[in-house]
Design a protein. Structure first.
Length: 211
């Protein structure tokens, strides 16, 4: 476990979204609309970090897509405005450097809790959304947690409360595909947080982006 500065603090939230780009903001907007607390942080490479069975480093894997840059920029502008007007907790200057599992996955009575380590403290949540990892890194990470991965990596990760948005197997998803994934993940997390709540259709200006 990484050493923390003396003034480090621990915060509890429902979901932590790692990646403050298009994918992260899209998920944050969906969760906000569904009444789910979330914190968005940026990601960071770790070189030479010590790993244990319940700890994995977080690395960035950004893929530029110049063909859709204008569309992405327009959606990003809209999402940033949404986040600002709805007080979404987006911390672009806070970087996630490590992800640790609090409870063992063998305990089936409750979902595992996760700790997202940052330079200033630890964020504790039951749900994690990753937006900046390569498929190969994800497989290594889940193996580090002692979880066997079948052919469906995304399903194996969802089972332990980790969701993927904007993480393509071979190519970077289009902006519209990212929004579709964000909507799906937002619904999945909301259904676990509020199992008795009837979902409702998207409304307002954000609705047009997710259609």
């Amino acid at each position: 476990m990484s050493s923390m500065p003396g003034n480090a603090r621990t915060e509890q939230t429902t979901a932590v979204i790692i990646g403050a780009g298009l994918s992260g903001l899209a998920v944050a907007a969906e969760l906000c609309r569904r009444g789910v607390d979330a914190i968005v942080v940026d990601g960071l490479d770790i070189l030479g970090a010590a790993q244990t069975a319940n700890t994995a480093p977080l690395q960035r894997c950004d893929a530029a897509d110049s063909a859709t840059l204008r569309e992405r920029n327009e959606i990003m502008r809209h999402l940033r405005n949404y986040a600002a007007s709805h007080d979404v907790d987006v911390r672009t200057t806070t970087r996630a450097v490590q992800l640790s599992m609090v409870d063992g996955v063998e305990e089936r009575t409750a979902a595992p809790q996760w700790e997202v380590h940052t330079p200033t403290g630890i964020l504790v949540a039951n749900h994690i959304v990753l937006t900046r990892c390569a498929q190969s890194q994800l497989r290594r990470m889940i193996n580090n947690f002692g979880i066997s991965v079948g052919r469906n990596l995304a399903a194996a990760m969802r089972a332990i409360g980790i969701y993927l948005v904007g993480v393509g197997e071979l190519i970077t998803p289009s902006p519209k595909e990212v929004l579709r994934q964000a909507k799906t993940v937002g619904h999945a997390i909301s259904a676990k947080v509020h199992p008795d709540t009837v979902t409702y259709p998207a409304t307002g200006s954000f609705a047009g982006l997710t259609c």
